[in-house]
Design a protein around this ligand. Structure first.
Ligand code: SF4
Length: 319
């Protein structure tokens, strides 16, 4: 499958993470990983909801108060300031406007942008980490399939690899939708992602395969909707080392008739070393790719598990 042009992968982001001085105190929260590594592959679409609704810079800080399921965003010092409705309306407008983004990176703990565990204060002033920022909530409700992650969690190699993998996967899905959803396109998409989805959840990969096998006279649009819902849910959880090891062994199985006993043993040991945490994923994968270059397999050549995003991101060097 041809990778869509990288420059066109647009990702929403909290403006302060790019170094824009938009925080309540006029500061920023620039993330070097985002501005130096990811910026080479993503075109960031910065939004600061608090500035966008006219709160100004600097401004009174806001915080979430009341019911954690439906909190209000009120002024820290003066609670006659209530930004809830404006933030919600702006979020809804951006959900409608940003239909071409393939992911969103949000600022952790913000009453506007925080994705989870944002402090919500009770009437007595006690904080509980249970809420979602008012703006972020609109995205998780309005675009539930959109990969979203907080910048703090991107420090974790497994969560980072998972998020970026989901962005690329979702971007490929958006390209399919733009080209037109047909039964053939759906089956081709699933064929290319079968190992990748199966690495996350084998049962779900099989269920998706059965769903498409029953396409026949079914409503393609409805099946596509259920299919991508299932896929994006399945890939949300990072692939564990054990799950990767299982896929690697399966890949090695495709080579068993092509390799001599020495190469087979070396491959088996490398996969075992990965399973034991002695080497990162890139090591057995590089060896497998080397063998598949010399012994091509049509099915494996189409599998995006082998290369789900640009190698230069080096994400598989640390998982
Ligand atoms: S966290 Fe969101 S609202 Fe707060 S400064 Fe950053 S972009 Fe603006």
């Amino acid at each position: 499958m041809t990778e869509p042009a990288l420059a066109r992968i647009r990702v929403g982001i909290s403006s302060c993470l790019l170094g824009e001085e938009v925080r309540f105190d006029g500061g920023h929260k620039r993330s070097l990983f985002i501005t130096e590594s990811l910026a080479r592959y993503f075109e960031f679409v910065p939004r600061c909801p608090e500035v966008a609704i006219g709160l100004g810079i600097p401004r009174q800080a806001i915080r979430l108060v009341g019911d954690p399921e439906a909190p209000r965003a009120k002024g820290n010092r003066d609670d006659s300031l209530d930004a809830t409705d404006a933030l919600r309306d702006y979020g809804r407008a951006q959900v409608r406007a940003l239909t071409d983004i393939s992911g969103y990176i949000l600022k952790r703990a913000s009453p506007s942008c925080g994705m989870e565990r944002v402090k919500v204060y009770s009437q007595s002033g006690m904080p509980a980490k249970t809420g979602t920022g008012i703006y972020a909530r609109e995205f998780s409700q309005g675009l539930p399939l959109l990969p979203m992650e907080e910048e703090g969690r991107l420090q974790d190699p497994a969560l980072r690899e998972n998020f970026i993998g989901r962005v690329f996967l979702y971007h490929r899905w958006q390209a399919l939708e733009r080209a037109g959803v047909t039964a053939g396109a759906l089956v081709a998409f699933h064929t290319e992602h079968k190992l990748l989805i199966g690495a996350h959840d084998e049962n779900e990969a099989r269920a998706c395969g059965r769903l498409l096998a029953g396409l026949g006279d079914a409503d393609v649009t409805a099946v596509a909707k259920e299919y991508i819902n299932r896929v994006m849910t399945a890939v949300r959880k990072p692939i564990t080392r054990r799950q990767h090891a299982r896929v690697l062994q399966r890949l090695a199985g495709f080579l068993k008739r092509s390799l001599d006993s020495g190469d087979r043993q070396e491959l088996a040991e490398t996969i075992e070393n990965y399973g034991r945490g002695l080497v990162p994923l890139i090591v057995p994968l590089t060896l497998l790719r080397h063998h598949f270059r010399r012994n091509p397999d049509e099915y494996i050549a189409r599998q995006l598990y082998m290369s789900p995003y640009p190698e230069e991101l080096m994400l598989r060097n640390s998982v």
